[in-house]
Ligand binder design. Structure first.
Ligand SMILES: Nc1ncnc2c1ncn2[C@@H]1O[C@H](COP(=O)(O)OP(=O)(O)OP(=O)(O)O)[C@@H](O)[C@H]1O
Ligand code: SF4
Ligand SMILES: [Mg+2]
Length: 362
């Protein structure tokens, strides 16, 4: 598999009246062609800002202050806004959590999908020229292009599972249910046949059944179109349904990466273990939900040392003052914790996740 996206030491900082907020603080990520990578983490840990940095859309007063975002061999951080606009929507598309903020409420859904198709296809690409001459040719070509875009929009709606697409083309966003609106957004995003699709909390606001349907749709997109997907969520269940690999973020940094099986089956980092322990597990006599105590630290005033220290059941004196590096912990596996080997050994002895955690550090 070829590498499509490589993020190197990315920094996104917000310059506020209260100081510098390190929303993304030195992130490294790779995404292969056709792969789905999940980014997992609690609210405020920098997931959306990572995605917006890739899109070149970090909002004011934030900006990319360091690092590289290599997409298909080009560093996106070095492109002009005009060059970036050509990549956005055409090679990289993003779907947001709330379709109502993205869909235009006063335009029919069909018009919006058609517009996206027209915008991202070259002139002759939708329908070949009519062969007529002069004024007639202009109108004829225009009519043919519009019809071709309309037809393609109906096809896209069908592909994303919107029933009776011809009829629904004529409806407005408010006439669509939440799940159907997400599908319409996905159709718009796919209309340019992007190489990378970024989905930010795509399924969060949906109920469980619709969530499963949308995840199923995303899986089909990955398989049929071979689109690479960056799937951002604070729901490990959704990530494990769709993704091949996952990166866990905490306070602007990656703390663990690995295959979805490794992250859900045998996490090494205490934070990932905490996330897992906080998920109710079906099939057990009783739900064992153990929320991680404490809160995500203020990104404008990060503690020295490991940012998970105030909440970590394993924390040692060293963790308070020194920043643990992101260490290789196996093939495609990384972890940012001084004591991951000891924690892994203890876990293996205990035979799973849960229970009280303690061990002697150095
Ligand atoms: N306009 C802003 N001004 C100052 N800081 C900001 C601003 N927008 C975001 N941040 C900082 O960036 C951090 C990361 O925000 P981001 O939106 O990436 O979090 P997230 O992981 O996507 O959270 P959520 O799960 O809630 O969407 C926030 O915790 C906040 O400290
Ligand atoms: S470095 Fe220390 S505080 Fe940080 S996660 Fe590991 S044990 Fe916990
Ligand atoms: Mg977010």
């Amino acid at each position: 598999m070829a590498e499509l996206l490589k993020i190197k030491d990315l920094q996104v900082h917000f310059f506020t009246d209260y100081g510098v907020v390190k929303a993304v603080d030195g992130i490294d990520l790779t995404l292969q062609e056709g792969e789905a990578l999940g980014i997992l983490g609690e609210s405020g840990c920098g997931k959306s800002m990572t995605a917006l940095a890739v899109m070149g859309l970090v909002p004011f007063p934030g900006r990319i202050t360091g690092g590289e975002i290599i997409f298909a061999g080009r560093d996106l951080c070095r492109l002009t806004e005009k060059e970036m606009r050509r990549i956005r929507g055409k090679e990289i598309a993003m779907i947001f959590q709330d379709p109502l903020t993205t869909l235009n409420p006063v335009l029919k859904v069909g018009e919006q999908i058609t517009e996206a198709i027209r915008l991202h296809h070259e002139e002759g690409d939708l329908s070949p020229a009519s062969g007529r001459r002069g004024f007639f040719r202009f109108w004829e070509d225009r009519r043919r292009r519009e019809m071709a875009a309309w037809k393609k929009a109906v096809e896209m709606m069908e592909k994303v599972g919107i029933p009776s697409p011809e009829l629904r083309m004529e409806e407005y966003p408010h006439q669509f249910s939440g799940g159907m609106r997400q599908r319409a957004m996905i159709a718009i995003a796919l209309s340019c046949n992007p190489r990378l699709l970024i989905a930010d909390e795509l399924t969060t606001a949906l109920d469980v059944t619709i969530q499963a349907q949308i995840l199923d749709l995303m899986r089909r997109i990955k398989e049929d179109f071979r689109t690479s997907i960056l799937f951002i969520s604070h729901d490990l269940g959704a990530i494990s349904e769709l993704c091949d690999r996952a990166a866990v973020m905490y306070a602007g940094k990656i703390v663990e990466t690995g295959s979805v099986q490794e992250i859900t089956g045998a996490p090494f980092h205490p934070y990932t273990q905490g996330i897992l322990a906080s998920i109710p597990r079906l099939g057990e006599k009783e739900y064992r939900i153990k929320p991680i105590p404490g809160n995500v630290p203020d990104l404008g005033d990060l503690p020295a040392g490991c940012s998970f220290f105030p909440r970590c059941p394993y924390g040692q004196a060293k963790c308070k003052t020194e920043l643990p590096p992101l260490e290789e912990a196996g093939e495609g596996r990384q972890v940012r914790c001084f004591y991951w080997r000891q924690i892994r050994a203890q876990r293996e002895e205990e035979g799973g996740i849960g229970g009280e955690l303690s061990f002697a550090g150095d």
